[in-house]
Design a protein around this ligand. Sequence first.
Ligand code: 5AD
Ligand code: SF4
Length: 481
Amino acid sequence: MSQNIELEKFDKMEEAPNSEPDRQYYFIAKAKKLTEELEKQLQRKPTYCVTTFGCQMNARDSEKLTGILELAGYEAAEEETADFVIYNTCTVRDNANQRVYGRLGNLNSMKKKNPHKKIALCGCMMQEPSVIEKIQKSYSFVDLIFGTHNIYKFPELLVTMLTQEDMIIDIWKDTDRIVEDLPVERKYAFKSGINIMFGCNNFCSYCIVPYVRGRERSRNPKDIVREIEGLVSEGVVEIMLLGQNVNSYGKNLEEPMTFAELLREIEKIEGLKRIRFMTSHPKDLSDELIQVMKESKKICRHLHLPLQSGSTKILKAMNRVYTKESYLELADKLRKEIPDLSITTDIIVGFPGETREDVDETIDVVRKVQYDNAFTFIYSKRTGTPAAAMENQVSEEEVKENFDRLLKVVQETARERVKLLEGQAAEALVEEINEQDGTFVTGRLSNNTLVHFKGEASLIGKLVPVRLKECKGFYYLGEMI
Ligand code: 5AD
Ligand code: SF4
């Protein structure tokens, strides 16, 4: 999947060009020279391991880091014993941060045994000044730290890291820049995420994302379509359009365009079979989008529509800009217009001031909407967000009790929803060999539910008809027909 990019041209340049992405290709060529030297010393290719925490945006960013490392002459390794380890971090909830700190200790022991080992940290967590302070103080063995806004500069930073000993820290507060056409190494040959926008302007009161990912910026539609056409020519059949709030796509473009209009353009791409997108904010979900989804042959029958809370009082405090009633109306409209749509959601339990009655409202919405799946999170206090300063934080016991009550209902309704298709035929995109049983493969339905059935590796990347024989809660056991 590695792209055939000629580095020779850049290798011959005496000075780094100022324009992007050429400047970064120049540094990739430089890094390649350095890894070749390292290879001679080691008598083998130097290896890398990129570990991703968090969401699909981070997963996509990791593919970009991987693309650069491959081109620079590193070889992929599964294990963190690799010569170069990168943690692409998440900070949306505190437990993600704690996991990073926990694992860094292990890396330090490995580094003591391998003098060539380098460690880099990037991603959302690095945009927090308190994190940088802590790493400088307690994890001084880290070699390179960069943030979310300058990830495109990774080749340049890599060369600096390989040519000096000190810890390198390069964090930008924000950017309005989008650099196109850097190398990417995809995890899957047949499906891919595509960034259509970066950042978020919503400032939900609990959420740190707008502070660490910056203001909303949309990519040019021509660049998006060109990227997808390129992917399709390489064999990609399913794409996932990525943005914190895809429904506000295009508002800040020179020639504004709606997300629905973008979808219409993407639908025209020949050879592309499936289109997914995430995430949709309920406040901006337009009738135009519902119509485009309804008429489309390619847009999958799945919508991720975060609820966060079913209590209008809590929604107001969260700055979500919709009410319980308006959310239910929207869900109703979606169900009427697109009956086979599966709806999934995110819910937070334990937001400051949330009572048992508020959680009852959330449970009521779960029962009414009948989600196919819901990701439930315990509220995590994020320093710097408005909610962190709210007084009436909920006790751990109350949160736990409410969380368990909610989860029970989520599981019941999801099972009921998934059971509806039991016995029916559907089309699945085969993604991988089943982890538990090597004689099975795992496929994904248009509505995002997984189905496991007998099959072999040659099916991977193919769309195949299956019978959904048995509902197993959140997934099916099936057979190919
Ligand atoms: N605490 C708990 N969950 C959070 N999310 C975002 N911020 C927080 C927080 N501070 C959840 C939201 C969002 C998902 C990606 O993460 O539900 O939709
Ligand atoms: Fe966070 Fe809200 Fe933006 Fe989603 S829409 S990233 S929850 S601020």
